[in-house]
Design a protein around this ligand. Structure first.
Ligand code: SF4
Length: 88
């Protein structure tokens, strides 16, 4: 009985705290989305964190190394629009 009562008190939700928590989460995700929208204007979505190209199509910015198993390096600039280089 005492355990049940203690459990009920532990699971009670404070609506104001829950709302504040959801608002904080919303703001974090909004900031992430805004940054992603801004970055994708110039950084190609096929470029990975190590600047390798993961595209499955040709692009004149691909720089192939002598290793046929490795992904090509991306020689494109993040300062210009990458979409003109695609062979699509
Ligand atoms: S090589 Fe072309 S497709 Fe690949 S990441 Fe660079 S710009 Fe994008």
């Amino acid at each position: 009985m005492a355990n049940e009562q203690a459990r009920d008190e532990n699971t009670k939700m404070d609506p104001d705290k829950a709302r504040a928590s959801l608002d904080r989460l919303y703001n974090i995700y909004r900031d992430i989305a805004e940054t992603a929208d801004e970055v994708m204007q110039t950084r190609c979505p096929y470029k990975d964190a190590a600047s390798r190209c993961t595209a499955k199509f040709g692009c004149r910015n691909q720089f192939f190394t002598s290793d046929p198993t490795s992904l090509p390096a991306c020689a494109g600039s993040d300062l210009i629009d990458y979409r003109d280089a695609w062979d699509t």
